[in-house]
Design a protein around this ligand. Structure first.
Ligand code: AMP
Length: 596
């Protein structure tokens, strides 16, 4: 059985024509019902503009220059004209469609592009490297476009460039899979669970299509496939935290570093970031630490990698470890100058046993037995607390030791590892919120406004949004123009280029119209003076007062690009509502003290 690429393209066109999630889901359900089981993974990946799960780090991303060359060969139009057409339309896929419009239509030929064929060619493009790869990529893309109809060429070109951007979220695809291949809503938790334990939608789709719902029931955690991280809720009152935990909890230092999920298999070490990128190559020092310090064969553990001062052993600011990214050639030097320490905080798998299903105290106990502690490899510092004062004392210690606060973890019998979920099993307790905003938030860039005067040619301000987990959308919380140095303005222009789109993204909820819109991708850390009610922002709309949203007043970029966070990891609208409430509470407490 096979499937024509045109069937996919037909769905893509319709998806682009709507912003309604329900409609998108329905289109996907229809598509998935028709998809043969043995290519369903490919259809799922292609629909998200990729070929493999993200954690494998295999990107198609052919350079624009090469795509233009391929288009020139197929259309017999000169490269400068194609470049002009591209500039005019702002999208090379659109340009490809227009250029090929005069070409003989595929219907007249016998040969029509199948999904497998498109996938195979894109895969060759993605994997060709080294000498001769430029020519090979052009050759592959040329062969693909020459077999495509104009509209197929549009989507194939976009996919080859790594810019399909249909905006189909993981959750939407899971919904569609549940309705197309299982018992709809009722099966969604099983699908989600399988996805949370494999981080691979294509793999889940294929298991479901070939083995049915039973295949999902017996879905196992595997070494090498990252588990989606468990996330924490946030509270600012120790008493409230303990109540949520039924009076007894484990409190741990909240280290300010990089979350690492380490997979060990007979001395082979694979490291994943919080966004589940494979960052194995950036931390050769951690391989040595883990191989020397961990007893045992196959396991998955989580910890926070924190930069340390090699001469004093003191913890250093988080930014120093984020610089490890991408600096391959200078890596040796960086490792010497700024080594990292790993504080392990959870055990997810060990020699055939899926620890995610066990309660936290048992996971921690097993973890402690596996680690030969030394200066650079340790367990996260932990105490068991039953009183709010203990939390406050431990907090002071944590801050004095260079940490940003505490993580409070449930020790109840139901304290299993909730992969991919934010819940009350973990609560982060950062610094106290006073009436003014003391804590930073991480917001997603969804739009921008053109700069004027000194900022001409760059962005004058960015439209920033918080993540609404319930509806899986991004809601605006402020327009931020301060805190950006000249280098930041130049850097932002460059980084944001790849997220640019010519309309508001379907997952962005905004009453404000930006000059430029982006696919939600880049996360920035921002601090403001306070959180206020706002008639124009959509974050927390109607949650405090009908018709009003919440906004961050006087927002300022702190200088931290939170590239380790995905947009879904940004501060949530719920957290901002919570921060607003606790701000009010503190304010009324101060007022009543003053009145007395
Ligand atoms: P946040 O990034 O503010 O949502 O806080 C959650 C993050 O804190 C996790 O993703 C970890 O990277 C980090 N973290 C630091 N120390 C711990 C710890 N002891 N337990 C769990 N997470 C920790």
């Amino acid at each position: 059985m096979t499937m024509l690429y045109s069937r996919l393209v037909e769905t893509y066109q319709k998806i682009e024509g709507t912003t309604k999630r329900l409609e998108i889901t329905k289109l996907l359900v229809d598509l998935l019902k028709e998809t043969p089981a043995d290519i369903i993974d490919k259809v799922v990946y292609l629909t998200q503009g990729k070929l493999y799960p993200d954690y494998l780090g295999i990107e198609i991303g052919i350079a624009e220059k090469l795509a233009i060359k391929a288009l020139a060969i197929v259309s017999a139009v000169k490269e400068p004209r194609i470049a002009d057409e591209y500039k005019r339309r702002g999208d090379l896929g659109d340009a490809a469609e227009a250029l090929l419009a005069g070409k003989t239509q595929v219907g007249l030929r016998n040969e029509r592009l199948t999904v497998e064929e498109v996938y195979t060619i894109l895969d060759r493009i993605a994997k060709s490297s080294g000498p001769g790869s430029v020519e090979s990529k052009i050759r592959q893309l040329t062969s693909l476009i020459s077999k495509a109809s104009p509209i197929e060429a549009k989507y194939a070109t976009r996919t080859a460039l790594g810019r399909l951007r249909l905006g189909v979220a993981d959750m939407t695809l899971l919904d569609a899979l549940a309705h197309a291949l299982a018992r709809g809503k009722e099966s969604k938790p099983l699908l989600e669970q399988a996805y949370n334990r494999s981080s691979d939608l294509g793999f889940v789709a294929r298991a479901l299509a070939s083995g049915g719902i039973d295949a999902l029931r017996s879905f196992k955690v595997t070494v090498g496939r990252p588990i989606r991280p468990m996330l924490a809720e946030r509270l600012s009152d120790p008493q409230e935290i303990l109540e949520k935990m039924n009076g007894r909890a484990a409190a741990e230092y909240k280290y300010d570093g990089l979350r690492i999920q380490a997979h060990l298999s007979n001395r082979k070490v694979t490291l994943f970031s919080r966004r589940l990128e494979n960052i194995t190559d950036q931390f050769p020092d951690l391989h040595i630490l883990l191989n020397q310090g961990i007893v045992g064969g196959e396991l998955i553990l989580e910890g926070e990698a924190v930069p340390v001062d090699p001469s004093t052993g003191e913890l250093l600011p988080f930014q120093l470890v984020s610089q490890r990214r991408g600096r391959k050639y200078e890596l040796e030097k960086t490792i010497q100058e700024i080594p990292v320490a790993l504080f392990a905080f959870d055990l997810l798998y060990n020699n055939g046993v899926d620890y995610t299903q066990l309660e936290f105290p048992r996971r921690r106990e097993a973890l402690a037995k596996l680690i030969r502690r030394n200066e650079r490899l340790d367990l996260s510092r932990q105490i068991i607390v039953t009183k709010p004062e203990q939390l406050d004392d431990f907090m002071q210690q944590a801050v004095a030791d260079g940490c940003e606060g505490l993580m409070i973890k449930s020790v109840r019998p139901d304290s299993t590892y909730k992969a991919g979920a934010r819940g009350w099993g973990w609560i982060k307790y950062k610094r106290e919120y006073k009436s003014e905003m003391q804590d930073t938030v991480d917001l997603v860039v969804v739009g921008a406004f053109a700069g004027r005067g000194r900022r001409g040619g760059t962005y004058g301000a960015l439209l920033l949004a918080a993540y609404d987990e319930k509806d899986d959308v991004f809601r605006t919380a402020c327009k931020c123009g301060s805190g950006f140095k000249d280098e930041d303005l130049a850097k932002l222009l460059e980084i944001l280029e790849k997220y640019k789109i010519n309309h508001r993204h379907a997952r962005v909820d905004s009453k404000i119209v930006a000059d430029t819109w982006f696919v939600p991708g880049l996360v920035l850390e921002v601090i403001g003076a306070e959180i206020t009610l706002s008639p124009i922002h959509t974050c927390g709309l109607n949650s405090i007062r009908p018709g009003a949203g919440l906004a961050i007043r006087f927002p300022r970029f702190t200088g931290k690009y939170r590239t380790e966070k995905s947009p879904e990891d940004a501060t949530t609208t719920k957290e901002i509502i919570e921060m607003y409430r606790s701000q009010l509470k503190k304010l009324s407490e101060t007022k009543s003290v003053e009145a007395a």
